[in-house]
Design a protein around this ligand. Structure first.
Ligand code: ZN
Length: 357
């Protein structure tokens, strides 16, 4: 007679999480820098960008004329705020806020400020407290970093990511804080697309817009994002080398935690076989040698149960590529003592150092 356990008795835990954790443990990511002997960092980046573009579906998207339409211009006290609508692809339009400093002279160094899940889209990054919910989300997560950047003299572009703010799908109607990641992913996947591909594509078009707009100095352009916005900046900078500096906040951590369901992964984060190819630190290696500030809250529950121990190995993966390109000094990890919040303390000086001549 063997021991009767929960499992042998037909009871126990039927969740798939143990399966995914075990599968993750067996992975040997094939696009890790160094997996191909003698390959240089530059060769690895070129090859890996190509595969990653295919994996997320970016290559299936095509441009149309941006046709920017400015629909409002308001005096927001410390700055001017415009609402502009861009056409990013066939049938897809993206409203953005453009925050224009009242100090300094154009063309201004430019920051793309990308929101995450909380705050209801671009209103949060632009510091537009249109509803009590947005005001509370901004306060809790320090989410109005786009406005903070503008008050430092940068021109700031605050997009609504597909599925958020004015770009919610109809199912989210009635809750301005809700996102539409799941429904978007359900629609995208059978086309070989991902939410990530739509997001990265739109940010690429936003860089195109900055290049066309005379008040933007697109030779001094950074992308900064928090949470899912940090995730967008990470993949944008990995795949598009036009940005000169990036801030990736509250999202760079090992994928193992999400594979075990901690934190619960969102439908916007994945792409077919992504973890078979790489982890997020490998993606960050594609940004080298350009300046990258990774920001982590020591007490951010989204780091997973291992906390910072699930974050620092990812910095080490990216660091190997920065090192190989003699740019170790351009990769910075700023750890603050808070939770899942944006922190201006190092972010604003970093942008000045990276974008000012
Ligand atoms: Zn999501």
């Amino acid at each position: 007679m063997g021991t009767v356990t929960n499992e042998t008795a037909g009871g126990g835990d039927f969740s798939a999480r143990a399966f995914f954790l075990e599968r993750f443990a067996e992975l040997e990511p094939d696009l890790r820098f160094g997996a191909v002997p003698e390959e240089t960092a530059a060769q690895w980046q070129k090859r890996t960008r190509g595969v990653l573009s295919s994996v997320i579906g970016l290559r299936r998207l095509s441009p149309v004329s941006l046709s920017p339409k400015t629909t409002e211009r308001v005096d927001a006290g410390t700055h001017w705020r415009e609402r502009v609508v861009l056409q990013t692809g066939p049938g897809r339009r993206m409203p953005i806020y453009v925050l224009i400093p009242k100090t300094g002279e154009p063309p201004y160094p430019t920051v793309i400020a990308v929101h995450g899940h909380a705050g209801g889209g671009k209103a949060a990054t632009a510091g537009v407290e249109a509803t009590p919910e947005t005001a509370e989300a901004i306060r809790r997560g320090n989410l109005a970093f786009g406005r903070a950047c503008c008050e430092e003299g940068f021109l700031v572009l605050c997009p609504d990511a597909q599925g958020f703010g004015e770009r919610q799908e109809p199912e989210a109607a009635g809750d301005p804080m809700a996102g539409s990641c799941q429904i978007l992913a359900n629609m995208a996947l059978p086309f070989g697309l991902t939410v990530l591909s739509l997001w990265v594509w739109d940010l690429k078009r936003l860089i195109d817009y900055a290049a066309l707009r005379p008040t933007c100095d697109s030779t001094r352009l950074a992308c900064a994002g928090f949470g899912a916005g940090g995730y967008q900046c990470l993949f944008l900078a990995a795949l598009d080398t036009r940005g000169h500096a990036s801030i990736v906040s509250g999202c760079l951590r090992g994928a193992r935690a999400a594979s075990g369901g901690q934190p619960t992964p969102c439908a916007c984060a994945g792409a077919p076989a992504l973890w078979e190819h790489m982890d997020l630190g490998d993606v960050a290696g594609l940004i080298a040698p350009r300046p990258l500030l990774v920001q982590t809250g020591r007490n951010d529950p989204r780091n997973g149960p291992a906390g910072l121990d699930n974050v620092t190995p990812q910095l080490a993966l990216a660091g190997r590529v920065y090192q190989a390109l003699d740019a170790a000094h351009r990769l910075e990890h700023a750890i603050h003592e808070g939770g899942h919040v944006w922190d201006n303390a190092r972010a604003l000086p970093f942008l000045h150092e990276a974008l000012e001549r």
